[in-house]
Ligand binder design. Structure first.
Ligand code: B1M
Length: 211
Protein backbone atom coordinates (compact mmCIF):
# COMPACT_ATOMS: atom_id res chain seq x y z
CA UNK A 1 0.00 0.00 0.00
CA UNK A 2 1.37 3.46 -0.90
CA UNK A 3 1.78 6.11 1.79
CA UNK A 4 -1.06 8.06 0.13
CA UNK A 5 -3.44 5.08 0.37
CA UNK A 6 -2.38 4.70 3.98
CA UNK A 7 -3.22 8.35 4.72
CA UNK A 8 -6.51 8.00 2.84
CA UNK A 9 -7.43 4.98 4.98
CA UNK A 10 -6.50 6.78 8.19
CA UNK A 11 -8.87 9.61 7.21
CA UNK A 12 -11.65 7.16 6.34
CA UNK A 13 -11.21 5.38 9.65
CA UNK A 14 -11.00 8.69 11.56
CA UNK A 15 -7.64 7.77 13.09
CA UNK A 16 -6.96 11.23 14.46
CA UNK A 17 -3.98 10.15 16.58
CA UNK A 18 -2.20 8.31 13.76
CA UNK A 19 -2.58 10.86 11.00
CA UNK A 20 0.27 13.13 12.13
CA UNK A 21 2.84 10.32 12.01
CA UNK A 22 1.74 9.24 8.55
CA UNK A 23 1.76 12.78 7.13
CA UNK A 24 5.19 13.50 8.64
CA UNK A 25 6.43 10.18 7.27
CA UNK A 26 5.22 11.08 3.79
CA UNK A 27 6.90 14.50 3.98
CA UNK A 28 10.15 12.95 5.20
CA UNK A 29 9.92 10.46 2.35
CA UNK A 30 9.92 13.33 -0.15
CA UNK A 31 6.22 13.59 -1.01
CA UNK A 32 4.96 17.09 -1.75
CA UNK A 33 2.40 18.74 0.52
CA UNK A 34 0.04 19.10 -2.46
CA UNK A 35 0.29 15.38 -3.27
CA UNK A 36 -0.36 14.41 0.35
CA UNK A 37 -3.38 16.72 0.38
CA UNK A 38 -4.85 15.57 -2.95
CA UNK A 39 -3.94 11.86 -3.09
CA UNK A 40 -4.09 11.11 0.64
CA UNK A 41 -6.26 13.37 2.78
CA UNK A 42 -8.86 14.55 0.23
CA UNK A 43 -8.96 11.18 -1.55
CA UNK A 44 -9.89 9.58 1.78
CA UNK A 45 -12.66 12.10 2.41
CA UNK A 46 -14.01 11.61 -1.14
CA UNK A 47 -14.34 7.85 -0.55
CA UNK A 48 -15.98 8.39 2.82
CA UNK A 49 -18.30 11.02 1.34
CA UNK A 50 -19.60 8.46 -1.14
CA UNK A 51 -20.23 6.00 1.71
CA UNK A 52 -21.99 8.76 3.66
CA UNK A 53 -24.26 9.42 0.69
CA UNK A 54 -25.12 5.71 0.48
CA UNK A 55 -25.80 5.49 4.23
CA UNK A 56 -22.89 3.10 4.74
CA UNK A 57 -21.34 5.44 7.34
CA UNK A 58 -22.96 8.08 9.55
CA UNK A 59 -22.30 11.50 11.11
CA UNK A 60 -20.01 10.31 13.98
CA UNK A 61 -17.65 8.54 11.57
CA UNK A 62 -17.63 11.51 9.21
CA UNK A 63 -16.92 13.89 12.10
CA UNK A 64 -13.88 11.85 13.13
CA UNK A 65 -12.68 11.74 9.53
CA UNK A 66 -13.06 15.53 9.30
CA UNK A 67 -11.02 15.89 12.48
CA UNK A 68 -8.30 13.64 11.08
CA UNK A 69 -8.32 15.58 7.81
CA UNK A 70 -8.03 18.93 9.58
CA UNK A 71 -5.13 17.57 11.72
CA UNK A 72 -3.34 16.40 8.60
CA UNK A 73 -3.92 19.66 6.75
CA UNK A 74 -2.61 21.69 9.69
CA UNK A 75 0.71 19.83 9.39
CA UNK A 76 0.97 20.75 5.73
CA UNK A 77 0.29 24.39 6.41
CA UNK A 78 3.88 25.54 6.70
CA UNK A 79 4.74 23.82 3.42
CA UNK A 80 1.78 25.30 1.56
CA UNK A 81 2.00 28.77 3.04
CA UNK A 82 4.70 31.10 1.83
CA UNK A 83 6.60 32.93 4.54
CA UNK A 84 7.34 36.63 4.89
CA UNK A 85 5.08 37.70 2.05
CA UNK A 86 3.74 41.23 1.96
CA UNK A 87 -0.08 40.97 2.31
CA UNK A 88 -1.87 41.18 -1.03
CA UNK A 89 -5.06 42.22 0.71
CA UNK A 90 -7.47 41.32 3.48
CA UNK A 91 -10.03 38.53 3.26
CA UNK A 92 -12.90 37.78 5.62
CA UNK A 93 -13.83 34.12 5.26
CA UNK A 94 -16.54 31.90 6.70
CA UNK A 95 -19.01 29.11 6.11
CA UNK A 96 -22.49 30.58 6.02
CA UNK A 97 -25.13 30.43 8.75
CA UNK A 98 -26.64 27.02 9.40
CA UNK A 99 -23.74 25.19 7.79
CA UNK A 100 -21.07 23.36 9.81
CA UNK A 101 -18.90 22.13 6.92
CA UNK A 102 -15.53 23.82 7.32
CA UNK A 103 -12.97 21.64 5.53
CA UNK A 104 -13.31 23.34 2.12
CA UNK A 105 -13.34 26.77 3.79
CA UNK A 106 -10.15 25.86 5.70
CA UNK A 107 -8.48 24.87 2.44
CA UNK A 108 -9.45 28.12 0.76
CA UNK A 109 -8.01 29.98 3.76
CA UNK A 110 -4.79 27.98 3.56
CA UNK A 111 -4.35 28.62 -0.16
CA UNK A 112 -5.12 32.33 0.19
CA UNK A 113 -2.63 32.67 3.03
CA UNK A 114 -0.22 30.68 0.88
CA UNK A 115 -0.14 33.35 -1.80
CA UNK A 116 0.02 36.22 0.65
CA UNK A 117 -3.45 37.31 1.77
CA UNK A 118 -4.21 38.22 5.36
CA UNK A 119 -7.23 36.07 6.20
CA UNK A 120 -9.72 36.66 9.01
CA UNK A 121 -11.44 33.33 9.60
CA UNK A 122 -14.87 33.61 11.22
CA UNK A 123 -15.34 29.84 11.29
CA UNK A 124 -18.52 27.98 10.34
CA UNK A 125 -22.21 28.80 10.88
CA UNK A 126 -21.51 32.52 10.51
CA UNK A 127 -24.37 35.01 10.24
CA UNK A 128 -24.55 37.81 7.68
CA UNK A 129 -24.37 40.34 10.53
CA UNK A 130 -21.11 38.84 11.80
CA UNK A 131 -19.65 39.03 8.30
CA UNK A 132 -20.69 42.67 7.84
CA UNK A 133 -19.16 43.54 11.23
CA UNK A 134 -15.88 41.78 10.34
CA UNK A 135 -15.66 43.56 6.98
CA UNK A 136 -16.08 46.93 8.72
CA UNK A 137 -13.69 46.12 11.53
CA UNK A 138 -10.90 44.82 9.32
CA UNK A 139 -11.49 46.99 6.27
CA UNK A 140 -11.55 43.83 4.14
CA UNK A 141 -11.05 43.73 0.38
CA UNK A 142 -12.74 40.37 -0.11
CA UNK A 143 -15.47 38.32 1.54
CA UNK A 144 -15.09 34.58 0.85
CA UNK A 145 -18.15 32.43 1.54
CA UNK A 146 -18.40 28.67 1.62
CA UNK A 147 -21.65 26.62 1.64
CA UNK A 148 -22.00 22.85 1.32
CA UNK A 149 -25.73 22.37 1.68
CA UNK A 150 -28.51 23.14 -0.77
CA UNK A 151 -30.42 24.37 2.29
CA UNK A 152 -27.72 26.94 3.23
CA UNK A 153 -26.40 28.12 -0.14
CA UNK A 154 -29.08 30.84 -0.19
CA UNK A 155 -27.36 32.42 2.82
CA UNK A 156 -24.61 33.58 0.45
CA UNK A 157 -27.23 35.82 -1.21
CA UNK A 158 -28.32 37.03 2.23
CA UNK A 159 -24.74 38.15 2.89
CA UNK A 160 -24.58 40.04 -0.44
CA UNK A 161 -27.80 41.86 0.50
CA UNK A 162 -26.54 42.60 4.02
CA UNK A 163 -23.35 44.14 2.59
CA UNK A 164 -25.50 46.28 0.28
CA UNK A 165 -27.70 47.38 3.17
CA UNK A 166 -24.63 48.32 5.22
CA UNK A 167 -23.30 50.46 2.33
CA UNK A 168 -20.20 48.24 2.00
CA UNK A 169 -20.93 46.44 -1.25
CA UNK A 170 -18.84 48.78 -3.42
CA UNK A 171 -15.78 48.37 -1.20
CA UNK A 172 -15.63 44.61 -1.09
CA UNK A 173 -15.59 41.75 -3.59
CA UNK A 174 -17.69 38.70 -2.76
CA UNK A 175 -16.35 35.26 -3.64
CA UNK A 176 -18.52 32.16 -3.32
CA UNK A 177 -17.85 28.43 -3.47
CA UNK A 178 -18.79 25.01 -2.15
CA UNK A 179 -20.12 21.83 -3.71
CA UNK A 180 -23.66 23.03 -4.64
CA UNK A 181 -22.53 26.47 -5.91
CA UNK A 182 -22.39 27.25 -9.63
CA UNK A 183 -21.37 30.17 -11.81
CA UNK A 184 -25.05 30.85 -12.53
CA UNK A 185 -25.91 30.88 -8.82
CA UNK A 186 -23.05 33.31 -8.21
CA UNK A 187 -24.45 35.69 -10.85
CA UNK A 188 -28.04 35.27 -9.64
CA UNK A 189 -27.19 36.36 -6.09
CA UNK A 190 -25.01 39.26 -7.27
CA UNK A 191 -21.68 37.87 -6.01
CA UNK A 192 -18.49 38.72 -7.90
CA UNK A 193 -16.70 35.44 -8.33
CA UNK A 194 -17.28 31.67 -8.19
CA UNK A 195 -14.43 29.17 -8.21
CA UNK A 196 -14.57 25.41 -8.13
CA UNK A 197 -11.73 24.73 -5.72
CA UNK A 198 -9.43 26.29 -3.17
CA UNK A 199 -6.43 26.79 -5.46
CA UNK A 200 -8.60 28.52 -8.08
CA UNK A 201 -10.13 30.67 -5.33
CA UNK A 202 -6.70 31.91 -4.26
CA UNK A 203 -5.72 32.75 -7.85
CA UNK A 204 -9.04 34.52 -8.48
CA UNK A 205 -8.64 36.52 -5.26
CA UNK A 206 -5.34 37.81 -6.60
CA UNK A 207 -7.02 39.05 -9.78
CA UNK A 208 -9.84 40.62 -7.79
CA UNK A 209 -7.41 42.85 -5.90
CA UNK A 210 -5.51 43.59 -9.10
CA UNK A 211 -2.34 41.83 -7.94
CO1 B1M B 1 -22.21 16.72 5.43
N1 B1M B 1 -23.19 16.70 3.75
N2 B1M B 1 -23.91 16.94 6.39
N3 B1M B 1 -21.13 16.57 7.01
N4 B1M B 1 -20.81 16.16 4.31
C1 B1M B 1 -22.39 16.64 2.52
C2 B1M B 1 -22.06 18.05 2.03
C3 B1M B 1 -23.36 15.85 1.54
C4 B1M B 1 -23.12 16.19 0.05
C5 B1M B 1 -23.26 14.34 1.82
C6 B1M B 1 -24.23 13.54 0.99
O1 B1M B 1 -25.32 13.30 1.43
N5 B1M B 1 -23.86 13.15 -0.18
C7 B1M B 1 -24.76 16.34 2.07
C8 B1M B 1 -25.33 17.60 1.42
C9 B1M B 1 -26.50 17.33 0.53
C10 B1M B 1 -27.01 18.61 -0.06
O2 B1M B 1 -27.31 19.56 0.60
N6 B1M B 1 -27.07 18.60 -1.38
C11 B1M B 1 -24.49 16.50 3.54
C12 B1M B 1 -25.46 16.48 4.55
C13 B1M B 1 -26.89 16.14 4.11
C14 B1M B 1 -25.19 16.73 5.92
C15 B1M B 1 -26.14 16.76 7.08
C16 B1M B 1 -27.50 17.45 6.82
C17 B1M B 1 -26.29 15.28 7.52
C18 B1M B 1 -27.26 15.04 8.66
O3 B1M B 1 -27.10 15.56 9.73
N7 B1M B 1 -28.25 14.26 8.36
C19 B1M B 1 -25.34 17.52 8.17
C20 B1M B 1 -25.56 19.04 8.11
C21 B1M B 1 -24.89 19.72 9.26
C22 B1M B 1 -24.85 21.22 9.05
O4 B1M B 1 -23.95 21.72 8.37
N8 B1M B 1 -25.80 21.96 9.61
C23 B1M B 1 -23.95 17.17 7.75
C24 B1M B 1 -22.90 17.08 8.63
C25 B1M B 1 -21.59 16.77 8.28
C26 B1M B 1 -20.48 16.57 9.31
C27 B1M B 1 -20.56 17.58 10.47
C28 B1M B 1 -20.58 15.18 9.84
C29 B1M B 1 -19.20 16.69 8.41
C30 B1M B 1 -18.60 18.11 8.37
C31 B1M B 1 -17.41 18.25 9.31
C32 B1M B 1 -16.61 19.48 9.02
O5 B1M B 1 -16.64 20.08 7.94
N9 B1M B 1 -15.88 19.86 10.03
C33 B1M B 1 -19.77 16.40 7.02
C34 B1M B 1 -18.97 16.07 5.88
C35 B1M B 1 -17.48 15.90 6.13
C36 B1M B 1 -19.52 15.91 4.58
C37 B1M B 1 -18.85 15.34 3.33
C38 B1M B 1 -18.73 13.84 3.51
C39 B1M B 1 -17.49 15.89 2.97
C40 B1M B 1 -17.43 17.42 2.83
C41 B1M B 1 -16.00 17.83 2.74
O6 B1M B 1 -15.44 18.33 3.69
N10 B1M B 1 -15.37 17.57 1.57
C42 B1M B 1 -19.89 15.76 2.20
C43 B1M B 1 -19.96 14.77 1.05
C44 B1M B 1 -19.01 15.14 -0.06
O7 B1M B 1 -18.68 16.29 -0.25
N11 B1M B 1 -18.63 14.16 -0.81
C45 B1M B 1 -21.11 16.07 2.97
C46 B1M B 1 -13.95 17.89 1.34
C47 B1M B 1 -13.83 19.40 1.07
C48 B1M B 1 -12.39 19.75 0.70
O8 B1M B 1 -14.66 19.68 -0.05
O9 B1M B 1 -16.04 21.42 1.22
O10 B1M B 1 -16.65 20.71 -1.16
P1 B1M B 1 -15.63 20.95 -0.13
O11 B1M B 1 -14.65 22.10 -0.65
C49 B1M B 1 -14.15 22.06 -1.98
C50 B1M B 1 -14.98 22.87 -2.98
O12 B1M B 1 -16.36 22.81 -2.71
C51 B1M B 1 -14.38 24.23 -2.90
O13 B1M B 1 -13.00 24.01 -2.58
C52 B1M B 1 -12.81 22.75 -1.95
C53 B1M B 1 -11.77 21.96 -2.74
O14 B1M B 1 -10.60 22.63 -2.90
N12 B1M B 1 -14.88 25.23 -1.98
C54 B1M B 1 -14.73 26.54 -2.30
C55 B1M B 1 -15.45 25.15 -0.77
N13 B1M B 1 -15.71 26.36 -0.30
C56 B1M B 1 -15.26 27.25 -1.21
C57 B1M B 1 -15.25 28.65 -1.21
C58 B1M B 1 -14.71 29.30 -2.33
C59 B1M B 1 -14.22 28.58 -3.42
C60 B1M B 1 -14.21 27.20 -3.41
O15 B1M B 1 -14.64 30.63 -2.46
C61 B1M B 1 -14.97 31.44 -1.35
Amino acid sequence: MSIFDEISELVQKGKVKDIAGAVKGALDGGASAQQILDDGLLAGMAILGEKFKNNEVFVPEVLLAAKALNEGTALLKEKLVAEDVKPLGKVVIGTVEGDLHDIGKNLVKLMMEGIGFEVFDLGADVSADEIVAAVKENNADIVALSALLTTTMGQQGVVVKALEAAGLRDQVKVMVGGAPITEKFCKDIGADCYTVDAAAAAEAAKSLVGA
